[in-house]
Design a protein around this ligand. Sequence first.
Ligand code: FPP
Length: 228
Amino acid sequence: MSSSTIKHLAIIMDGNGRWAKERGFKRTKGHEVGAENIRDITTYCAAHESIETATFYAFSTENWKRPKLEVEFLMKLLDKYLKKELETYQKHNIRFQAIGNIDAFSKALQKRIRDTEEITKKNTNLKQILALNYGGRAEITDAVNKLLQSEKKHVTEKDISQLLQTPYEDIDILIRTSGEERISNFLLWQLSYAELYFSKTLWPDFTSEELDNILKQFTQRHRRFGGL
Ligand code: FPP
């Protein structure tokens, strides 16, 4: 078996609500602890020898369907998270980027996101991407609409790739926590050849030790990209 190098890791952080319920807490407590956990996993990725990008699904286009109070809580939590994490980004030389349609967020939150991107843009150790109001189909549809406005009569995969929010960012491994085994409209294009790993652990309990074990297993797998 040949070994595989992990450059881009993507995570669907699922199970915050169940984690809280099991402990008799409100669902929002699960999100709070879940947000803290992003820091641990991100700093692990920054210290990892080959990982260049870690993408986390923090808010999907479908998450607006949640109760208004939970959505409001998530928005405030995101603002608090970015304010606090600036120190982590600078200390560990991490660049922050957002993907998704953040126009739907408050002006203050949009500013926090854009400012954090700007301040960290020269950091080179790791790129942390948060998918915010993100949907894979919406991302591909936006790219197609841009192409329709061009003069092109024929488009290639490369044309579409270049117009995605994460051009050429193919994903090596996708992890989803909490035992659910779905893609849920995450990075549909970029996941084409990704290895998929489903962990039973609820996101707030997911540790860098478990991640380390998963990545060790992954490097044993032989990725053939459709060849032999
Ligand atoms: C799924 O748990 C989690 C999400 C809605 C996305 C992840 C959100 C966080 C980790 C917290 C906020 C993030 C930031 C960056 C501030 P769930 O509510 O679907 O859990 P359940 O399936 O057990 O109900």
